[in-house]
Design a protein around this ligand. Structure first.
Ligand SMILES: [Zn+2]
Ligand SMILES: [Zn+2]
Length: 146
């Protein structure tokens, strides 16, 4: 999905929900399109501010929620108190390894895991929408330091 398709998705969603397609919401989406990897609301807020784009913290939070609802971004809890987000389009489904010492997040893709999930769903006559696997532990760098 490219940037204009993403904007269209958001625009359609806002109309359905009878929400105003404000400039701030689209600027926020543009900023997210430029970001790779995981980010939290505060990081996004800071990078918008650094560029002189005015969006309130409340706008950032509620727009992130909207983007999750319309499937443009994914929301994760990596064990700590705040949520993290990443783009949900233009890349394959992947899972995460999270280091409990340094907070490093390693992404991985494993076809066998995908197959197992499909099998489990089939056995339970369950339709899969999305899933996420998070493995908590200690990364190799931190193991060396111990
Ligand atoms: Zn680590
Ligand atoms: Zn990720």
């Amino acid at each position: 999905m490219d940037s204009s398709a993403a904007k269209e998705t958001l625009d359609t969603y806002l109309r359905q929900k009878k929400l105003r397609p404000t400039r701030e919401r689209f600027l926020l989406l543009e900023e997210i399109m430029r970001t790779s990897g995981h980010f939290d609301a505060d990081q996004l807020f800071a990078s918008l501010n650094a560029k002189g784009l005015k969006a309130s913290r409340a706008t950032v939070y509620n727009t992130l929620d909207l983007l999750v609802e319309c499937g443009l971004i994914s929301k994760y809890r990596f064990g700590d108190s705040h949520s993290r987000y990443e783009k949900a389009f233009g890349r394959p489904r992947h899972d995460h390894l999270i280091c409990l010492d340094c907070g490093e997040i390693i992404e991985f893709v494993n076809d066998r895991l995908d197959k197992i999930q499909k099998d489990v769903c089939q056995e339970n006559k369950f339709t899969l929408h999305n899933s996420t696997l998070q493995i908590f532990g200690i990364c190799s760098n931190c193991q060396d330091k111990r």
